[in-house]
Design a protein around this ligand. Structure first.
Ligand SMILES: NC(=O)c1ccc[n+]([C@@H]2O[C@H](COP(=O)([O-])OP(=O)(O)OC[C@H]3O[C@@H](n4cnc5c(N)ncnc54)[C@H](OP(=O)(O)O)[C@@H]3O)[C@@H](O)[C@H]2O)c1
Length: 216
């Protein structure tokens, strides 16, 4: 494979393993792309729903890097993990209804696609932004991303993720600084690829699943 030097390639951070480097650029690039689209800035209140996925666990850390106050919604078994990633508040979706929180948010990032704009809208501030990683029922998120800006209030965005060299470089720098640690759940060898897919398709992995092409 040939790639232009100006394309989205960067050196693996010196202290990263191949597995960490792969995980770093996977969920990290989707998270960063959406956080940039929402123009997250210092002091903003941000909710990450589905904070234990590859994208969600990266989003918690990257939103913190941009200075946001992060409320993460996650499963009981991962409350401690998400706290260790820097979330200011964690809501356990198995014991609490996250829509009942008193807090209001500048940005809600639905990183698992399981809730909806309708459910999250009351939690948004007047000019709050909602982004989901999924299209929504019948592709509703595409239509709402076109219509909600006309009303001038709470807005649904559906940005197309772009893979940029500068983003990979930033993710590498954050890794080296210890500001972004990609969460790795399990690693599989190449001949276990079927098992790996089954696990990923369960929708319950924590962070990233890595396929080891060569032994490190
Ligand atoms: N990774 C990618 O390359 C990629 C690219 C484009 C789009 N997407 C989409 O982005 C979404 C996230 O993908 P991902 O790879 O980061 O993670 P994922 O494998 O879809 O995992 C999602 C995480 O959300 C948690 N979760 C499940 N049900 C939940 C609920 N009701 N409330 C809160 N959390 C819940 C799961 O943990 P527990 O069930 O244990 O709580 C899991 O850790 C998916 O919808 C995927 O289709 C992914």
């Amino acid at each position: 494979m040939t790639v232009s030097k100006d394309d989205a390639i960067a050196h693996i951070p010196p202290s990263a393993s191949f597995a960490q480097a792969a995980a770093l650029s996977e969920g990290g690039h989707y998270a960063l792309s959406n956080i940039r689209a929402a123009k997250v800035s210092s002091g903003q209140e941000v909710m990450i729903y589905g904070a234990t996925g590859a994208i969600g666990s990266a989003a918690v850390q990257i939103a913190k890097h941009f200075g946001a106050k992060v409320t993460a919604v996650a499963n009981t078994k991962n409350i401690e993990l998400i706290g260790s990633l820097g979330a200011d508040k964690v809501i356990d979706y198995q014991t609490q209804d996250f829509t009942k929180t008193e807090k209001r948010f500048d940005f809600i990032f639905n990183a698992v696609g399981k809730s909806s704009f309708g459910a999250c809208k009351p939690l948004l501030k007047t000019k709050g932004i909602y982004i989901s990683t999924e299209l929504g029922k019948n592709g509703v998120n595409i239509w709402r991303s076109i219509t909600t800006p006309f009303f001038g209030g709470k807005r649904l965005m559906f940005p197309l993720p772009q893979t940029k060299k500068e983003d990979l470089v930033l993710l590498g720098e954050l890794f080296e600084k210890g500001a972004f640690k990609p969460v790795i759940d399990l690693s599989y060898k190449l001949d276990q690829i079927v098992e790996a897919y089954h696990y990923v398709e369960s929708g319950h992995k924590t962070g990233n699943v890595v396929l080891q092409i060569v032994s490190e």
